[in-house]
Design a protein around this ligand. Structure first.
Ligand code: SAH
Ligand code: SF4
Ligand code: F3S
Length: 455
């Protein structure tokens, strides 16, 4: 029996891919372990979105070499694997397998292939001064497959309470800063019949919450089906109490979609709508294909239909050519929308993306970028603190997900806010009414008010 350990970096799509890999390995008799030290196979499922994400992985692969020396195979999978390919084989002490996001069905075979070539670990500790045997060069598996949607693979899910359901892979946009289309390929949409079967099976297993995933999830379409129709049907599956979706692109965010969100009780009144910048010139250079005015109009539709909706967004500061004026416009947008949550980034140059070809003298110096980021974070945090403080005292329906890190229980409100509170572990997997007692930055502390029937 072989043991596999998977460590995941990056977005929800990558978490979901790790669940697919775990499923593929389980079918071949691997058992999952949550510790690298007793694993026969260590997989690091990586992200390439910013340089920082990649540096962390290089450091981590270096640390994991101790297990490789003891005989474990190390595979690097995902977006950074796809981006770096061959170049990863010799990095950070070496890896045995580099595999891109479309090749996971081959995982067991390729692990066996590379494993067979390895020199067995020495039976006795190596004498002082001798070196561990030189291992053969690793394998790369990097092809894109325009039809690979992992249909028929049963993912091995981390949570029995809330499930990621990928409905789309890849991306047809070409935002000029972004590496995703180059490491995940063009958009591929799953068949609605398979998606709905999966959601029904989840509901039957007692999973009350699903999150539909795609890089531009609302551009999903299939055989005349649109995303709003799919969302409605998912929301109506018996036993599904909460549906979320991420990330929609502001283009193709239609009134019809707002209507489905507003009228289907199971669709959470929560929306992550990445804006990236508050200035039209920047948006144009980013090739986002909408204007600030169009974006704000959509926010208005949403708030008109669902006055209490919780909003979140993504922003990049210091994109090449961003002037002070353009940056100030982003601050202004944040002040006017007042997001409940925001993921704020400093532009990170990604080799091969169109933005790298902009004139060098227009690149924003790092200190300025850093200062812009810090000020934006402070502005957002102040707004968030006000919004969160106003929620203290409310009684919210919380889906209890797990034990909290510091004891007690942890769950989420409909608006996707994390709440910790004291209560019996039997509540995990069910809904509870919790009074929000206080807030510390990004989470709430609450008190159990009323435990409800199991979901
Ligand atoms: N498909 C999603 C975004 C996925 S990447 C969408 O379009 O909404 C998540 C976020 O990372 C992006 O929204 C963007 O804000 C940020 N990001 C992407 N590329 C980046 C880069 N080169 N530098 C800094 N942030 C980046
Ligand atoms: Fe990247 Fe743009 Fe595609 Fe999102 S929509 S994944 S930001 S290219
Ligand atoms: Fe990162 Fe790949 Fe997701 S680059 S953000 S893990 S799609």
């Amino acid at each position: 029996m072989k043991r596999a350990y998977i460590e995941t970096y990056g977005c929800q799509m990558n978490i979901s891919d790790s669940e697919l890999m775990a499923g593929i390995l389980a079918e071949q008799g691997f058992v999952a372990t949550d510790k690298p030290d007793d694993a026969d196979v260590i997989l690091v499922n990586t992200c390439a979105i910013r340089d920082h994400a990649e540096q962390r992985v290089i450091g981590r692969v270096g640390q994991l070499q101790q297990y490789r020396r003891e005989g474990a195979l190390i595979g690097v999978t995902g977006c950074m694997a796809q981006r770096m390919g061959e170049n990863l084989l010799g990095r950070a002490g070496g890896v045995d397998l580099v595999m891109g996001p479309d090749a996971y069905r081959q995982l067991p075979d390729k692990l066996a292939e590379v494993g067979a070539k390895r020199t067995p670990r020495p039976a006795l500790p190596l004498a002082f001064g001798t070196h561990a045997p030189q291992q053969p060069r690793g394998l790369t598996v990097l092809g894109f497959d325009p039809h690979e949607n992992y249909e028929g693979v049963a993912p091995k899910r981390i949570s029995a309470v809330s499930a990621w359901v990928p409905i789309q892979r890849g991306c047809n946009y070409r935002c000029t800063y972004c590496i995703v289309p180059y490491v995940r390929g063009d958009e591929k949409n799953r068949d609605p019949v398979a998606i709905l079967d999966e959601v029904r099976a989840l509901a039957q297993d007692g999973v009350p919450e699903v999150t539909l995933l795609g890089q531009t999830v609302n551009s999903w379409e299939h055989d005349g089906w649109s995303f709003p129709r799919l969302l409605r049907e998912v929301a109506r599956v018996d036993g599904i109490r909460r549906v979320r979706f991420t990330s929609p692109h502001p283009n193709g965010f239609t009134r019809e979609l707002v209507e489905v969100m507003a009228t289907e009780p199971a669709v959470c009144k929560q929306l992550h709508l990445p804006v990236q910048s508050g200035h039209n010139r920047t948006l144009k250079r980013m090739l986002r294909r909408y204007t600030v005015e169009e974006y704000l109009e959509k926010i208005e539709w949403v708030r008109e239909a669902m006055p209490n909706i919780a909003l979140s967004t993504d922003v990049i500061v210091a994109f090449p050519g961003e002037t002070d004026e353009e940056y100030e416009a982003t601050l202004e947008l944040m002040r006017s929308v007042r997001y409940d949550d925001a993921f704020l980034y400093k532009y990170s140059e990604r080799e091969g993306t169109p933005a790298t070809r902009m004139p060098r003298d227009q690149f924003v110096p790092d200190e300025i970028g850093q200062a812009r980021l810090e000020r934006l974070i402070a502005t957002h945090r102040a707004i968030q603190a006000e919004l969160y403080a106003a929620e203290v005292g409310r009684i919210e329906e919380v889906l209890v997900e797990k034990e909290g890190r510091r004891g007690g229980l942890q769950g989420r409100t409909e608006s996707n806010k994390v709440v910790t509170f004291e209560g019996p572990v039997e509540l995990i997997g069910s809904f509870a009414e919790v009074r929000l007692e206080s807030t510390s930055g990004a989470t709430f502390q609450g008190e159990l008010f009323h435990a409800m029937a199991a979901a």
